[in-house]
Design a protein. Sequence first.
Length: 72
Amino acid sequence: MEDVSAILARNIKGARKLLGWSQEELADRAKIDRTYVSGIERQVRNPTITVVARFAQALGTTTADLLTDRTG
């Protein structure tokens, strides 16, 4: 089973790119520092569930979707 931080990083980055957003755009919409977005996508930061929920809201998805492994 893949580490949940890897799943989260992949899902956040994928959703962000599908929307054509930079890390800065996502950070602005989620009211989070851009460097924190980068840290999550690089798996060097471990966000609280509250922060994951803010990402989900900004991305128009659910917290569960951001934590779901869709690779197989």
